[in-house]
Write a protein that binds this ligand. Structure first.
Ligand code: FAD
Length: 89
């Protein structure tokens, strides 16, 4: 079991204390999860993406983030717009 992180009086509002608290909370939630999908390759030895997200707008980024924090890291996002440009608006 994970124990409560120690915070000194007066330091609770410091960025350092907040960072430790967030780290503790994420550890309790097992986030980010370790990558649990075995690596797969084609017969030619090329790596295979586990997930491909089409569209790097808000929905695509949220889906990608959800997968990443769930332990699925081997993915790519494709967007028809050039890298760095806006999705919409
Ligand atoms: C002018 C404007 C202002 C807005 N202002 C706000 C605001 O202030 N606050 C707010 O909350 N919402 C705002 N919205 C709404 C918000 O932008 C949308 O709700 C949100 O972007 C929808 O997300 P999405 O992922 O569904 O679509 P999008 O953000 O449109 O993302 C879709 C992505 O998929 C890509 N794509 C589509 N088809 C393909 C394909 N065939 N191959 C590859 N890539 C593809 C597109 O290039 C795009 O990058 C605004 C919208 C507009 C138009």
């Amino acid at each position: 079991m994970t124990s409560q992180p120690h915070t000194t009086p007066g330091a609770a509002n410091s960025l350092d204390a907040l960072a430790k608290r967030i780290r503790f909370d994420l550890d309790c939630l097992n986030l980010p999860s370790p990558n649990w999908v075995p690596e797969r390759r084609t017969e030619k030895g090329e790596t295979v993406n586990d997930v491909v997200v089409i569209g790097g707008g808000m929905c695509g980024l949220v889906a990608s983030f959800a997968l990443r924090t769930s332990g699925i890291r081997n993915m790519r996002i494709f967007d028809r717009n050039p890298e760095g440009s806006k999705a919409r608006g």
